[in-house]
Design a binder for this molecule. Structure first.
Ligand SMILES: C[S@@+](CC[C@H](N)C(=O)[O-])C[C@H]1O[C@@H](n2cnc3c(N)ncnc32)[C@H](O)[C@@H]1O
Length: 426
């Protein structure tokens, strides 16, 4: 009895997809140049943004892969798998437990092929069934042995828990590796495996994944990849293993910009320490950076691009959503790799002598007015209910100086307690 239903990638599948999730009912239009993929609401929540799929496909195309198919044993919408197929011009096999998602995924394969080269489609399939059942899935499409050149998997994770064990991911990675290990093409650096993980994965769990992979292929390199959309948190954490890894770059950071483009850089992760004794003074620069930058450990690499060599540099805050850099010189904001990781940067105009509170509005306005600020955005920790009230009062009080520059109010924890600084943006 067949364990998996085989869906070919062909124009015929589009009609079935249209019945399951009509394209006219999909919320929001794709960005220009992106394929209009089928998805249900559930798939939309789980799917990888197309620009991230493409960037990864370009990265994978640079790897020296062996002969064989591309595999995604939990393919969801298929967007990542078919981005690979299209970029590498290779056949791909997607496996998906949910039958509706599998049909939509096969339709998406056809849509991606329609937008570019399509020779890979004749040998590509989506299988409805269990992605851990390797031997059965391969035999369903007439394959056996070492057939898989690349496996990418993005397992479903429990949504409602902050932390979870690795085996709560569906399908579980340990089972996947166990069942597929004999079917990978093994190059000089091992197989090519890419696994999307929860961005909330603890460091011990990251090590657990590394150990699991290394227990099969002990000498293979690893590259960890962080993806951020600049919302003050990491959106994705991915391990690239073996032939898919870049042995010279154990860490890589991708920042997805709102126009759909991606800025990326890579290097060696280093530890970051908070400079407890650094005290900001007038004319210094305060910069709030994307917290994903520090999470990746690539901040040292980034600083070399961001600041001139003569500038001082101190991380005055390294945790939370607003890590902060203190420097004596302005950042090279003209470089996209620099600006992509900055949420606010400005030169310190003055130190507030009072705490930012509604009752202290007058001295705050005096300082902001004398700096010709057109706006002062609160970028400091405050009680959530007080923040909008104070912001409204500041906006009202500063509306008479429309030609000034925008600024922000930032807090820095010093050895003498919290201090607040008015900064003017460049
Ligand atoms: C996070 S989603 C994948 C999303 C995909 N990367 C995308 O861009 O659309 C994980 C998928 O794995 C599927 N899944 C879970 N367990 C599975 C299994 N044992 N075999 C095949 N698919 C499975 C789920 O139905 C879900 O669609």
């Amino acid at each position: 009895m067949a364990t998996h239903t085989v869906l070919p990638i062909s124009p015929d599948i589009l009609g079935f997809a249209e019945v399951i999730a009509p394209q006219s009912e999909i919320d929001g239009k794709p960005k220009s140049g992106e394929p209009h993929l089928y998805q249900t609401d559930r798939m939309k929540r789980l799917s990888t943004p197309w620009s991230v799929c493409l960037t990864r496909a370009e990265q994978l195309a640079d790897c020296r892969l062996g002969q064989g198919i591309l595999l995604d044993p939990a393919c969801g919408s298929g967007s990542q798998l078919f981005a690979y197929c299209s970029e590498l011009e290779r056949a791909g096999i997607g496996i998906e437990l949910d039958a509706d998602s599998a049909v939509l995924s096969a339709a998406n394969g056809q849509i991606v092929a329609d937008g570019g080269n399509s020779e890979w489609t004749s040998e590509s399939f989506v299988l409805v069934g269990d992605g851990t059942d390797a031997t059965a899935a391969l035999s369903e499409i007439g394959m056996s042995g070492q057939a898989v050149a690349v496996m990418h998997v993005d397992p479903a994770r429990p949504l409602d828990t902050q932390n979870h064990s690795l085996d709560e991911m569906e399908p579980p990675i340990s089972i996947l590796l166990n069942r597929w290990a004999d079917h990978f093409v093994i190059g000089r650096r091992g197989p090519a495996i890419i696994i999307d993980l929860s961005p909330r994965l603890l460091e011990t769990q990251q090590q657990e994944i590394e150990q699991l992979l290394l227990s099969y292929w002990p000498d293979s390199p690893i590259t960890w990849e962080w993806v951020s959309t600049g919302r003050g948190r990491i959106d994705r954490l991915t391990i690239w293993f073996g032939t898919a890894a870049d042995s010279a770059t154990p860490a890589r950071m991708l920042r997805l910009l709102s126009d759909g483009s991606v800025v990326s850089f890579a290097g060696r992760a280093t530890d970051v320490k908070r400079a407890t004794s650094a005290v900001p003074s007038t004319r210094d620069w305060l910069t709030i950076v994307d917290s994903a930058l520090l999470a990746s450990g690539l901040q040292g690499q980034w600083l070399r691009e961001a600041l001139p060599p003569e500038s001082t540099r101190h991380w005055v805050r390294i945790s939370g959503r607003r890590p902060m850099l203190l420097s004596s010189e302005p950042l090279h904001m003209e470089k996209s790799i620099v600006s992509a990781f900055v949420s606010s940067t400005g030169q310190i105009i003055s130190r507030l002598k009072v705490e930012p509170k509604v009752e202290n509005i007058s001295p705050i306005l005096v300082s902001a007015n004398s700096a010709y600020l057109s706006r002062l955005t609160l970028r400091c920790k405050m009680e959530p209910s007080a923040q909008p009230k104070l912001q409204r009062k500041l906006d009202h009080g500063l509306k008479d100086y429309p030609r000034g520059k925008p600024g922000f109010l930032a807090d820095v924890e010093t050895n003498d307690g919290d201090a607040w600084f008015i900064c003017k943006e460049p």
